[in-house]
Design a protein around this ligand. Structure first.
Ligand code: GTR
Length: 447
């Protein structure tokens, strides 16, 4: 009798446990399977991937009436451009400091690379202020056969210069790295096991063979990619400029990376004779693609920009709220943008700007926006629309905008002053993307 009762209780328990596990586990499993791990971190967030559920929206105009009707368009645009740039700085990325600093760029290593086709040079960029010193390592490749300074690309990497090429001479970063066994990171420190692990993203030899150069630095050398309340990296050089409740418009990590890219351009322009510092295209993938656009918007010395799969906070229109949203990105990466940007969580309509205007800020310099067909989290259609709508303004300088009327089929590239492609495949940057970027960059060739 007792045995039967016990069995009954136990079986009842087992069944109720199974039910509980199923009730909790099933949505978790489905959520993970369909939304990806990232989406689960924000309680209640479900990414929209349904075009029919994109909210109705009205985009802020690139040109206001005054600017579009001005007799002197270049003068009027200068004013309007500053207005838009300020809005992006104050409400989204955060403002960079304008206080003084010293920069010293010293070469610490050089040698042959790419089977003797390239010259490899490594520079240590030291930035100092009253608050302290900070160093960033810059790795530069230029073709050896060039007899004059070459145009080229400047971009940041996710895990360090030593991951870009399998070259024992490349210095390994001492900075904090995101955990990744694949990239040879141990306890947040880079190791020699990471050498060359990102080379598919950096086809150095292919770039060199077209007669162009490529320069890169590690984003974490500028500002480590985690939320430390804006205290480390280059933020530490300007403690009075730290974002706070009183100063919610100040720089987040993306703005710090952008500021760092400008310092690297200083170095390319002044200290690297083989590079033509007036013909540098800033390039970046994903979070670093967001950075590339913001960098070129701020620093007109960059001759152009390439945003690869930059998504939310990059080329994708915020108001579409497709895939990753403003609320979601601020939740997962609270340090990327200024504190002010948080007020637009689930409130994109109130943004004074949208990302097509970021593309317009680059006009009339060449700009390339690229998406990948499986990268729905980054909203390929939203990225395409920014290039299309932002590119309309290029007509004012006599250049055509994007020569596509709708999102193209995968693996078709439209390369011009304003370029776009949708590569077949996943969130990544690979040789196929670079082939088109090299074609695009031909417009920087000396006349
Ligand atoms: C994701 C993030 C994206 C993108 C990407 C990356 O987790 O949601 O906005 O930046 O990281 O940088 O690889």
């Amino acid at each position: 009798m007792l045995g039967g009762r016990l069995r009954q209780i136990l079986t009842g328990h087992i069944w109720s446990h199974c039910l509980l596990i199923w009730l909790i586990g099933c949505p978790l499993f489905l959520g993970k399977a369909f939304l990806g791990k990232a989406a689960m971190a924000q309680p209640g967030f479900v990414a929209n991937y349904d075009e029919g559920r994109v909210p109705e929206y009205r985009l802020p105009a690139i040109l206001d009436q005054e600017t579009s009707q001005a007799d002197d368009f270049p003068a009027a645009w200068k004013v309007r451009r500053e207005e838009i740039r300020h809005a992006f700085a104050n409400q989204m990325y955060g403002t960079a400091p304008d206080s003084p600093y010293q920069l010293v760029c010293e070469r610490f290593e050089s040698g042959d690379s790419c089977s003797g086709k390239a010259l490899r040079q490594q520079f240590r960029v030291t930035l100092s202020t009253e608050a302290g010193r900070h160093t960033i390592d810059l790795l530069v490749f230029t073709p050896k056969r060039a007899n004059k300074p070459v145009p080229g690309f400047l971009g940041l990497s996710f895990y360090g210069n030593h991951t870009v090429v399998p070259d024992e001479q490349v210095a390994i970063t001492q900075s904090w790295c995101r955990a990744s066994a694949d990239k040879g990171v141990e306890n947040h420190r880079a190791t020699a096991d990471g050498r060359g692990t990102s080379q598919s993203r950096w086809p150095v030899e292919m770039i060199i063979e077209t007669g162009m150069g490529v320069a890169t630095a590690y984003c974490g050398d500028i500002d480590p990619d985690y939320d430390d309340d804006f205290r480390n990296g280059v933020h530490a050089l300007f403690p009075d400029h730290r974002p706070s409740a009183e100063q919610p418009h100040r720089w987040g990590t993306i703005a710090a990376w952008s500021w760092g890219l400008s310092r690297l351009l200083d170095c390319l322009q002044n200290d690297v004779a083989e590079f033509d510092g007036d013909r540098v295209v800033v390039i970046g993938h994903s979070r670093l693609g967001k950075t590339a656009l913001w960098t070129a918007a701020n620093d007109v010395r960059f001759a152009g920009a390439i945003s690869n799969n930059s998504g939310c906070g990059g080329a994708a229109l915020s108001r579409r709220a497709f895939g990753e949203t403003v609320g979601r990105i601020n939740h997962s990466f609270p340090h990327w943008f200024s504190p002010n940007f948080k007020q637009y969580n689930l409130n994109e309509d109130q943004l004074p700007i949208d990302q097509h205007q970021l593309v317009a800020l680059l006009a009339p310099r060449p700009v390339y926006v690229a998406s990948a067909s499986d990268d729905r989290w980054a909203d390929p259609r939203g990225e395409f629309l920014s290039a299309k709508l932002g590119g309309e303004i290029y007509g004012r300088w006599g250049f055509s905008g994007l020569e596509l009327d709708q999102l193209p089929d995968p693996d078709r590239a439209s390369v011009g002053r304003v370029s776009y492609h949708l590569r077949q495949g996943k969130h990544d940057i690979n040789a196929w993307d670079w082939q088109h970027y090299l074609h695009f960059a031909q417009q920087l060739a000396a006349p």
